[in-house]
Design a binder for this molecule. Structure first.
Ligand code: C2E
Ligand code: MG
Ligand code: MG
Length: 538
């Protein structure tokens, strides 16, 4: 199409231009040329670049986008030359060439070049490109990523017996299921055949943590691909399983082609191990993953088999009288014996098992309180229960505490929840309101391991705490480390000004007790007064 614009208004337009844009002549003549542009930004951009080009070359050519009368968009190349070369500000003659078709062809070429036509997933070329970017990002952030290669067990057999249509349908469905298991930024591509590669990024700065996270995704994908498929119209269910190989990457430590080989080797190890499973390239990592998985399975059974037990460690006042206890969880493993919570609480948190375990602890502790209430010497004792971050943040935590209290009939005043600073750090406002709700039930709060986290006064003031628990690491070296002594003194002074009770944990010697007492701490817990023991040994 051809036209003339003078002082930014259409003066002349030809038939072709009218056909291209869908406007009538009288709708354009006299109107601002802005009318045809897809946006103000587009209009301004064209105005500027045209001006510069005309000034330098006598003619301006830009690619831009118009909006037709019916609202549809039109990609065009616009060439303008001034009517009066000595004063090109006044008006131009322009030619507009429709390049929508060319644009579509370009997009199609891009699709063909970078995407797999069967599944619509990125292909090897795009994967390599993204992997290159991921390595750069990882180099900068020092965060691990993982490369996961998977293929379908016995895919060839299905393809041969059921036909290629059915095979293709399976490949498409698999692509969708893998995509659904990944986060937004992760990439999955089809290498060809029944081979897929997924790239996971931002798995954290800790190697084993990254391996665990990758393993969790691999397991999610494996179980998603194990679900039945409806590939034929006869309603028959088809089954397929994948084998997966994993390797981690960090920055440019390992070149891309080696990474792909590592994932491939790991995939063959998964096949050798009997298929429908995943393997890590790094044998040490694989061993760590396996022992972790074995522990997880065992922990699941521990709940069912009643292998969990609460130990109770006394808390005493300055006269050595028992004022209560802390409930400490133990796992009596059939073969490994007593396992410390430090070993299995983190795993329980990661796997979500902390929720049923935490509920069991709360129920058991409340039942114990009820028993104590029936006896004169223990009637006033308080019981402290540890609550982990994941447990505290679950939506129905308040309801669970209430249910434990009501189910047992225990006096809420005797229950005290121990939180760590990691619990209260994120989302302080929400934490405070949740604590208020529990406080309203009559339950108290103690800040466990105090001094090891961020210990800021501002959050202490906002939270409805009753007690600070000085961490045992400060108590341990009180006699020898002047720094620790200073910290303990500061904590005691601060808690006094905030009106908080203080308890010291890990008190093992008379010397430590005396120092603490002299500086204003009047409640103690530690081996000096008693180790954690089962209740029937109390
Ligand atoms: P914590 O709450 O800070 O518990 C204190 C730890 O110090 C306990 O270890 C206890 O046995 C130990 N301890 C007590 N007195 C002394 C002492 O005089 N010297 C020394 N060196 N240690 C002493 P434990 O029982 O192994 O528990 C470790 C951690 O596991 C606990 O630290 C707590 O964070 C967590 N935990 C325990 N039970 C539970 C529970 O039921 N739920 C949750 N979420 N976490 C729990
Ligand atoms: Mg504790
Ligand atoms: Mg502690």
């Amino acid at each position: 199409g051809i036209g003339v614009v003078i002082e930014r208004r259409f003066r002349e337009v030809n038939e072709t231009l009218l056909r291209m844009t869908g406007y009538r002549e009288d709708e354009l003549i006299g109107q601002s040329s802005r009318l045809l542009y897809a946006s103000d930004a587009e209009y301004d951009f064209v105005g500027e670049s045209k001006y510069i080009q005309i000034r330098e070359h006598g003619i301006g050519t830009v690619e831009t986008r118009w909006r037709c009368k019916d609202g549809s968009l039109l990609d065009i190349i616009l060439s303008s030359s001034p009517i009066d070369p000595s004063d090109f500000g006044t008006g131009v003659t322009f030619t507009a060439q429709d390049i929508t078709v060319r644009k579509e062809a370009e997009e199609q070429i891009r699709q063909l070049a970078y995407f797999d036509s069967l599944t619509g997933l990125p292909n090897r070329r795009l994967l390599l490109d993204r992997l290159g970017h991921a390595l750069i990002a990882s180099q900068r952030s020092r965060q691990y990523g993982a490369l996961m290669m998977l293929d379908l067990d016995r895919f060839k057999a299905l393809n041969d017996t059921q036909g290629h249509d059915v095979g293709d349908r399976l490949l498409i469905e698999v692509a969708q299921r893998i995509t659904a298991c990944l986060r937004e930024g992760d990439t999955v591509c089809r290498l060809g055949g029944d081979e897929y590669v997924a790239m996971l990024e931002d798995l954290g700065t800790d190697e084993q943590g990254a391996a665990n996270a990758a393993e969790i995704v691999a397991e999610k994908i494996r179980s998603a691909l194990n679900a039945p498929y409806a590939l034929t119209n006869d309603g028959q269910a088809h089954f397929s399983t994948p084998s997966l190989g994993l390797t981690l990457f960090l920055g440019h430590d390992t070149p891309i082609d080696i990474l792909l080989k590592q994932a491939d080797v790991a995939l063959y190890q998964a096949k050798d191990a009997g298929r429908n499973t995943s393997r890590f390239f790094n044998p040490a990592m694989q061993a760590a993953i396996e022992s972790r998985m074995a522990l997880e399975t065992a922990l699941r059974q521990a709940l069912i088999r009643n292998e969990l037990q609460l130990f109770y460690q006394p808390q005493v006042d300055q006269d050595g009288h028992c004022v209560g206890a802390e409930a400490l969880l133990r796992w009596r493993h059939t073969r490994q014996g007593l396992i410390s919570p430090a070993e299995f609480i983190p795993l329980a948190e990661e796997t979500g098992l902390i929720l049923p375990i935490g509920q069991w602890v709360m129920d058991t502790a409340c039942a114990q309180l009820k028993t104590w209430e029936a006896q004169p010497q223990s009637r006033a004792w308080q019981l402290a229960v540890n609550v982990s971050a994941r447990q505290f943040h679950q939506p129905d935590f308040v309801a669970q505490v209430r249910a434990s209290l009501e189910g047992s009939g225990a006096n809420p005043q005797r229950l005290k929840l121990e939180l760590t600073e990691s619990v209260v750090l994120e989302n302080a406002a929400e934490v405070a309101s949740r604590m208020q709700q529990i406080k309203a039930l009559g339950v108290g709060f103690s800040m466990d391991d105090f001094g090891t986290g961020y210990s800021s006064l501002s959050y202490l003031k906002r939270l409805p705490l009753d007690q600070l628990k000085i961490d045992q690491s400060f108590v341990r070296d009180l006699a020898t480390d002047p720094n620790d002594a200073a910290i303990v003194r500061a904590i005691l002074a601060m808690s006094q000004s905030l009106g908080l009770e203080v308890i010291a944990e890990g008190v093992e010697t008379e010397e430590q007790r005396a120092f603490l007492h002299a500086n204003g701490c009047h409640v103690f817990q530690g081996y000096l007064f008693g180790r954690p023991r089962p209740i029937d040994e109390w």
